[in-house]
Design a protein around this ligand. Structure first.
Ligand code: ZN
Length: 405
C-alpha cells in the first residue's frame, strides 16, 4: 500500500528540515492527485538549496525581477490567437467560484474582453458559503457548466482514497482536472486558463516547471489507460468495490494523441500577471461580492478566504498535516511570507497556533460521508503517522519536529 523505508512513510526524507526564509519543510510532497494516478508515494517534493532556502522562496526572488509588461504582452498575444468573433466561447476556465476563479474570470472577461466558458466539478458536499460564492460568481456574468458526479460512485472512491491513501480529495482532484480538456474539446475551445501557481507554493522547483504543456498535464498514453489506480486500487480491481469501468468514464484522462491532434493549449495566469491570494480576495470582495468564511477563519489556519466550498476541505488539509507534519497554516503562512505580507516570526507563531487543528465543524457530515465512526476514523489516520515525524507520549500524539520547536 505504501512505499516504506524503516522510519518514514511515502518515501519522505528522514531528516526534517525547515526553510530559513519561510515556514515550509522538506516533507511537503505532491500526492497522486493528477495524472500519475498510482500510489501515494513522493514524486514532487520541496527542494532546498545549499543555504537551506526552499526553491519556491528562490523563485520569488527571481519573480521580483520579472518584466511584467513583457509577460502581459505575451499573454495578450496568446489570447488574441484564440479570440473568436462569431460569439462562441474562446477560453475555458475551470473553477469553484472561490476567490481565484472569480478573479481570473473577471479580468479575462472584463479587462481582456474574452468570452469564457467556466466549468465546475461539484464539491463532495457544498458548504453554505461555498454555494453562495459559486452563485455570486455566475451572477457576475459568467456561463457555467456544473458537473456533479454520481454521488454513489464518488463516495465509494472517496472512501477508498481515505482508507488506502489518507487522501479524501483524490477523486475530486482527478475528476476536476480531467474534466476540463473534455469540455473544451466538446465546445471547440482550444485554450484552458488556470490560476495554479505550484511553483510558488513550495511544491518543488526541480520537477515543477513554470510552464507545462497540455499534453503533459491532461493526458495519458493510450496503452496506459488500463494501468491506473483510483484510491490506491488498480482499475482492474475496482469492480470488487461495486465500481464498473463505465462509472469511471468522467474521471479518466483523455489520450495524449487526442490532445496533440486537437492543438489544445493551457496557460497558467500567474506566469503572466503578478498577483497574490490576498489581493485576489480584496479584489473579489470589491468587484464581485465574494464573501469570506463567516466563522472568521477556516479550521487549521488563520485565513478566511481560501478553499471554502467543500465540507471536506478541512479534512483534506488535516490529512496532509498527518502525513507530512505541516498543515494548512504552513501553506498559508509560507505564501504570505514570500509575498512579504507577514514576517517569518509571525508565520512561525501562526503555524504553532493553528496548524493541525482537527476538523470539528463538519466532522459529523464527514463521518457519514465516509461511512465511518469516529474510532474507525482515528484508527485510519494513525496508520499514516510516519515514525520519523510522530511519537506517542502518554497516549497522545506529538510532532517530533516543528518549525516553532
Ligand atoms: Zn521557503
Amino acid at each position: 500500500m505504501l512505499k516504506n523505508s524503516k522510519n518514514s512513510l511515502f518515501g519522505l526524507p528522514e531528516e526534517v528540515k525547515f526553510c530559513k526564509n519561510c515556514v515550509e519543510s522538506n516533507q511537503r510532497f505532491m500526492g497522486s492527485a493528477q495524472l500519475n494516478i498510482k500510489k501515494d508515494d513522493t514524486k514532487e517534493g520541496v527542494d532546498f538549496d545549499d543555504e537551506g532556502v526552499c526553491l519556491s522562496c528562490r523563485y520569488f526572488e527571481k519573480k521580483e525581477k520579472f518584466n511584467w509588461n513583457d509577460r502581459e504582452k505575451e499573454l495578450k498575444d496568446i489570447l488574441n490567437k484564440h479570440r473568436k468573433s462569431d460569439g462562441s466561447y474562446d477560453i475555458l476556465l475551470p473553477g469553484s467560484g472561490g476567490k481565484d476563479s472569480q478573479f481570473l474570470s473577471y479580468i479575462l472577461k472584463y479587462k481582456y474582453k474574452m468570452n469564457p466558458l467556466t466549468i465546475t466539478w461539484a464539491p463532495n458536499m457544498y458548504t453554505d458559503i461555498g454555494y453562495k460564492n459559486f452563485n455570486t460568481w455566475i451572477s457576475n456574468g459568467f456561463d457555467n457548466i456544473l458537473f456533479t458526479p454520481n454521488t454513489k460512485v464518488h463516495k465509494k472512491l472517496t472512501q477508498l482514497a481515505f482508507k488506502n491513501l489518507l487522501h479524501p480529495f483524490q477523486p475530486f482532484t482527478i475528476g476536476q482536472y480531467n474534466l476540463a480538456p473534455k469540455i473544451a474539446l466538446q465546445y471547440g475551445i482550444k485554450l484552458i486558463v488556470t490560476g495554479d501557481a505550484y511553483v510558488e507554493k513550495g511544491v518543488g522547483g526541480k520537477i515543477h516547471k513554470e510552464k507545462k504543456t497540455s499534453s503533459e498535464l491532461y493526458s495519458i498514453e493510450k496503452n496506459k489507460q488500463t494501468d491506473i489506480y483510483f484510491g490506491g486500487v488498480h482499475i482492474s480491481e475496482l469492480d470488487k468495490y461495486g465500481i464498473s469501468k463505465r462509472d469511471l468514464n468522467q474521471y479518466l484522462p483523455i489520450t495524449k494523441e487526442k490532445i496533440e491532434e486537437s492543438g489544445l493549449e493551457r496557460i497558467n495566469l500567474p506566469h503572466y500577471i503578478n498577483y497574490n491570494p490576498q489581493n485576489n480576495y480584496y479584489f473579489c470582495v470589491e468587484k464581485m461580492g465574494f464573501k469570506p468564511n463567516p466563522d472568521g477563519r477556516s479550521e487549521g489556519t488563520y485565513t478566511k478566504y481560501s478553499s471554502l466550498d467543500d465540507k471536506i476541505d478541512c479534512l483534506h488539509h488535516y490529512t496532509w498535516f498527518i502525513k507530512t507534519g505541516r498543515g494548512r497554516a504552513t501553506d498559508d503562512a509560507a505564501i504570505e511570507i514570500r509575498n512579504k505580507i507577514i514576517t517569518r516570526d509571525e508565520g512561525v507563531a501562526l503555524v504553532k497556533k493553528f496548524d493541525g487543528e482537527k476538523p470539528k465543524k463538519y466532522l459529523r457530515d464527514i463521518l457519514n460521508y465516509l461511512s465511518l465512526n469516529e474510532t474507525e476514523f482515528e484508527e485510519i489516520i494513525d496508520k499514516f503517522r510516519s515514525p520519523h515525524l510522530w511519537e506517542k507520549i502518554k497516549g497522545k500524539w506529538h510532532l517530533k519536529h516543528a518549525v516553532w520547536k
